[in-house]
Write a protein that binds this ligand. Structure first.
Ligand SMILES: Cc1cc2nc3c(=O)[nH]c(=O)nc-3n(C[C@H](O)[C@H](O)[C@H](O)COP(=O)(O)OP(=O)(O)OC[C@H]3O[C@@H](n4cnc5c(N)ncnc54)[C@H](O)[C@@H]3O)c2cc1C
Length: 508
């Protein structure tokens, strides 16, 4: 048991691994040839879904698996870095930062919250609507009344979505929903407020998002009336990083020979009799089954090649969901000069232009850190990623100058932002559900291809897509189905739909 150690064993952090033939490994059949088998199951990807799938197989008595991970450590999009000037460094969460929806009384618990408690993760609740000040392009501008109206508009949007489901009405975009409900104003203040309520949750605009799915994704996480966990958000401020919870959980059951880090997958060959996984290094791993937990963005972008190519029903599902991008841009200054609340909301005439500012230099988080971060999403994030660091820094300093017209904005002592979309291991931040994505598409996204090739991750979660807890539940559920299949000596697996069709044909 390593769970209580602050330092993890070198093998768990992926240093100097050279193994792979497992005890009990025998032969896998690929293309009619018997090959030496490296594991019964190769779990591709060591994020939340991969680690929890491995734990689930372990609990089911299937221990002949290997996690294959490109990075040097487990965690995936639970990714932290050391940020700050020399002598003033702090842990910054580049990816997931919040346990979203925790637990209400003894109701259902978000499993990420349970892990956070199990490993004593240092967190603090965020008061996103209570500790906020508002700005526009000329400086401070109190439009909290507009923000409150946006809160109501969002609530109405989710209620109306539920009513549409009950009546069997078609989906539409969240923008259609807002407009039908009368939320039409496009002032900078309204756009910033709506952005804050909507885009920061889904990583995309209401135009790009399903009205119904965005509502259930919110409700199943936050609304206790429909089985959600709780209406709160706990921010990780743990110096070990949020990733500590998944690394510590892995240390409870994972053996050194069950993990390969620094191993990037290039090709996944699958057949009815087995699988072969080709690494960028040229090494080939053979197994009976493969569980692919790569992000939707990786699957969409052909960073990994499937041989034979995935069937049309699978490829259509993959290309029909969206990988949204959410970017946190970190700045550290010698001295704090901004708001004392947790959040500063900035209303630019252009929707989505550096709107959300969150202070880490706050008594609840990292006091004295001098750190503030600004968030962008969607197309604006892609634009930001295409610019140089210097250009982005200049733009955000310009926004700070607009927000604080009476302050001379100093140069930051540290500046950093991750480019999630450009990263070939992620190709975005989290999946979003567009209105043209049918439930059948989602079943197909989740379904195994043949007996041997399985998929899990935050995108395959219908209720909690885009969340850590979605990845967690999928790790449990898909690995449980796989275990049944393995123990039965084969199976059909999950159902899929060969062709997703309209209930009534389109008429012209
Ligand atoms: C900026 C940002 C903010 C977020 N905020 C939150 C939040 O506050 N709360 C929340 O609940 N969720 C949040 N999320 C979403 C959450 O991080 C994800 O839902 C979750 O981490 C997904 O886990 P996963 O195991 O499905 O995928 P991943 O974490 O992506 O795991 C897949 C693994 O596969 C590896 N991999 C990819 N390609 C290859 C290859 N070719 N070969 C080998 N390995 C490969 C990757 O390195 C990765 O480790 C956020 C995500 C981002 C990026």
């Amino acid at each position: 048991m390593f769970a209580n150690l602050v330092e993890f064993p070198a093998w768990l952090l992926g240093i100097g691994l050279v193994m792979l033939v497992l005890p009990g490994a025998s032969a896998a059949w690929v293309d009619g040839r018997a090959l030496k088998k490296d594991a019964s199951v190769l779990i591709l990807g060591g994020g939340v879904a991969g680690v929890i799938a491995a734990r689930t197989l372990h609990e089911q008595g299937i221990t002949n698996f290997t996690i294959v991970e490109a990075k040097s450590e487990l965690g995936g999009r639970l990714a932290s870095t050391t940020f700050g000037a020399n002598g003033k460094e702090f842990t910054a969460e580049l990816g997931a930062n919040w346990v979203q929806g925790t637990q209400t009384g003894d109701g259902p618990a978000n499993p990420i919250w349970s892990l956070a408690q199990k490993y004593g993760l240092k967190t603090h609740q965020n008061d996103w609507l209570g500790s906020i000040v508002t700005y526009n392009a000329t400086g401070p501008d109190d439009y909290l009344d507009v923000l409150n109206e946006s809160v109501d508009a969002y609530t109405n949007l989710t209620i109306a979505a539920g009513a549409r489901v009950d009546k069997g009405l078609v989906d539409g975009t969240a923008r259609t929903g807002y407009s039908l409900l009368g939320a039409k104003s496009r002032t900078p203040q309204v756009m910033a407020s709506e952005y804050y309520l909507f885009d920061t949750l889904f990583g995309q605009t209401p135009e790009e998002s399903s009205w119904i799915a965005s509502s259930w994704a919110y409700n199943f996480t936050y609304n206790t009336d429909v089985g959600g966990f709780a209406d709160d958000n706990q921010m990780s401020i743990d110096p070990r990083g949020f990733k500590h919870i998944i690394q510590a959980e892995a240390a409870e059951f994972l053996q050194p020979h069950q993990l390969r880090t620094n191993s990037t997958v290039k090709t996944i060959k699958h057949s009815d009799s087995g699988v072969s996984v080709v690494l960028v290094s040229g090494e080939v791993l053979h197994a009976d089954y493969v569980l692919c937990t790569f992000s939707l963005g990786v699957l969409q972008n052909d960073d990994v090649v499937f041989e034979p190519a995935l069937p049309d029903w699978k490829e259509e599902a993959i290309q029909s969901m969206t990988m949204a991008t959410y970017t946190k841009i970190f700045l550290q200054f010698e001295e704090k000069f901004w708001f004392n609340t947790e959040v500063g909301l900035y209303a630019d005439p252009e929707r989505g232009r550096y709107p959300l500012w969150q202070s880490l230099d706050h008594e609840n988080f990292l006091p004295g850190s001098g750190i503030v971060f600004v968030t962008t999403t969607g197309d604006y994030s892609l634009r930001v990623e295409s610019l140089s660091d210097e250009q982005v820094q200049e733009e955000v300093l310009g926004v700070l100058a607009a927000m604080f017209p009476n302050t001379t904005i100093p140069a930051p002592v540290a500046f950093y932002f991750p480019r999630w979309n450009a990263d070939p291991l992620f190709r975005g931040s989290f999946p979003n559900w567009p209105s043209s994505f049918f439930s059948e598409h989602h079943e197909n996204l989740r379904a195994n291809v043949g007996e041997r090739l399985w998929f899990a991750g935050d995108a395959t979660s219908q209720k909690y897509f885009g969340y850590l807890h979605g990845a967690y539940f999928e790790g449990v559920d898909v690995a449980t189905d796989m275990a049944k299949c393995i123990k039965a000596g084969g199976c059909v697996g999950m159902k899929h739909v060969q062709k997703v069709t309209n209930a009534r044909p389109c008429q012209v």
